[in-house]
Design a protein around this ligand. Structure first.
Ligand code: SF4
Length: 146
């Protein structure tokens, strides 16, 4: 069993109320091999919601209290992102999950590259908050791209 970002499975949990359906990845859920989850919803954020980015750091820095997650109106949503990551890890542990396929570039799910906090679609190296927590807990993270 693996965990998959719910938006990749066609669930409308993305910030704008839409999804990022990837038919091949969603097929794993249909076969009973994967569980969809959305860390931002698990962290208590509504859908739709304002887009957010990590400012001056990465998901690991957020977990270490060194960076914040801010939405497009400038509101601090760091607590929601940390809670979402923790609840997602709880879900993974509940099922003994060791692999996750996460949506690239997201401030929660992104792995390898994320946006830089300027809301200008500039990418930097780093992981989202949930991807970082998974990485730190030996859960292998893949994305829909690699
Ligand atoms: S938090 Fe992850 S699962 Fe939820 S909408 Fe964003 S990328 Fe998709």
């Amino acid at each position: 069993m693996i965990l998959i970002s719910a938006c990749l499975c066609g669930i409308d949990c993305k910030y704008n109320g839409l999804n990022n359906l990837d038919e091949n990845i969603a097929g794993l859920v249909k076969k009973g091999l994967a569980i969809p989850f959305c860390p931002e919803q698990l962290g208590g954020l509504p859908t739709p919601r304002l887009p957010s980015e990590i400012v001056e750091g990465t998901g690991g820095d957020v977990l270490d209290g060194l960076a914040k997650v801010i939405n497009k109106e400038g509101e601090d949503v760091t607590e929601n992102f940390i809670r979402g990551a923790q609840q997602s890890l709880k879900l993974a542990n509940m099922y003994g999950i060791k692999t996750a396929i996460l949506k690239s570039k997201s401030p929660s799910c992104g792995y390898g590259e994320i946006y830089d906090g300027s809301f200008r679609r500039i990418l930097i190296k780093g992981n989202g908050v949930t991807a970082s927590l998974f990485d730190r807990n030996s859960i292998k993270v893949l994305t829909e791209k690699y």
